[in-house]
Design a protein around this ligand. Structure first.
Ligand code: ADP
Ligand code: MG
Length: 218
């Protein structure tokens, strides 16, 4: 078997002197879709921020593709994209939002790529490309935010409660887009949700967190 994409070893994170996460060992293979479940405050978002290299752990190491301390490497951070429950959209059109990441990375005209990822999240480019940010439902806004990440073809996509309070169609479309990303680009995914049925449908494995620790399957 090939080397895991992520290797966490003896990871501990504390906030204000209180331990909120303790992961002695966790490997995530390339292309796997991992679900992350657990009660509020169990450390799911903390783990996601560590995987996104937005934080570094107090102790231990998060290796990415074999590199320790990958978080200090800006190239690595660009391979990983995090989507949260409350997406942030620019006060611009849908097309401008989705193309933004391409633009800052210096890519040329992107209409085709933008259209492709809008289709991936189930938004008809003809109808949505030129909509303004305020002309979207909550579910559509979340799908635009996802499209803005998909357009970068990330190696890793981290979805932290992406479907909380969304309509059924949007929830289904987000599932569909996640599968398509893995199919097309081999994207590795970690998905947090309280919807166990939805997680089981999509994930190869589900990890349960409680009190900052991974529960062993019983
Ligand atoms: P979950 O996503 O599973 O609800 P979190 O990872 O957000 O859990 O939080 C884990 C614990 O860490 C909680 O007790 C939370 O209150 C605490 N926590 C999270 N972020 C911070 C922070 N920036 N400062 C202090 N405590 C925090
Ligand atoms: Mg959370």
């Amino acid at each position: 078997m090939s080397m895991p994409l992520y290797q966490l070893r003896d990871v501990i994170q504390e906030y204000g002197g209180r331990e909120v996460l303790c992961v002695p060992e966790l490997d995530l293979p390339v292309g796997r879709i991992t679900g992350l479940a657990g009660p509020n405050g169990s450390g799911k978002s903390t783990l996601m921020r560590l995987l996104a290299f937005l934080e570094i752990p107090l102790r231990g190491v998060v290796r990415f593709a074999g590199n320790g301390n990958a978080g200090s490497d800006c190239g690595v951070r660009r391979e990983v994209s995090l989507l949260t429950q409350e997406p942030y959209l620019l006060k611009r059109s849908v097309a401008a939002n989705v193309a933004y990441g391409l633009k800052v990375r210096g890519h040329g005209p992107s209409k085709e790529r933008v259209g492709h990822v809008l289709e991936m999240v189930g938004l008809d480019p003809k109808l949505f490309m030129h909509r303004a940010w305020y002309e979207l439902s909550g579910g559509e806004a979340q799908r635009v935010a996802l499209a803005a990440r998909l357009v970068l073809q990330p190696k890793v996509l981290l979805l932290d409660e992406p479907t909380a309070s969304l309509d059924e169609v949007s929830v289904e479309r987000i599932h569909h887009a996640a599968m398509a990303a893995r199919e097309q680009w081999g994207t590795t995914l970690v998905v947090v949700s309280h919807d166990m049925g939805w997680l089981r449908n999509m994930c190869d494995e589900i990890i349960h967190l409680r009190g900052g620790r991974i529960q062993q399957p019983s």
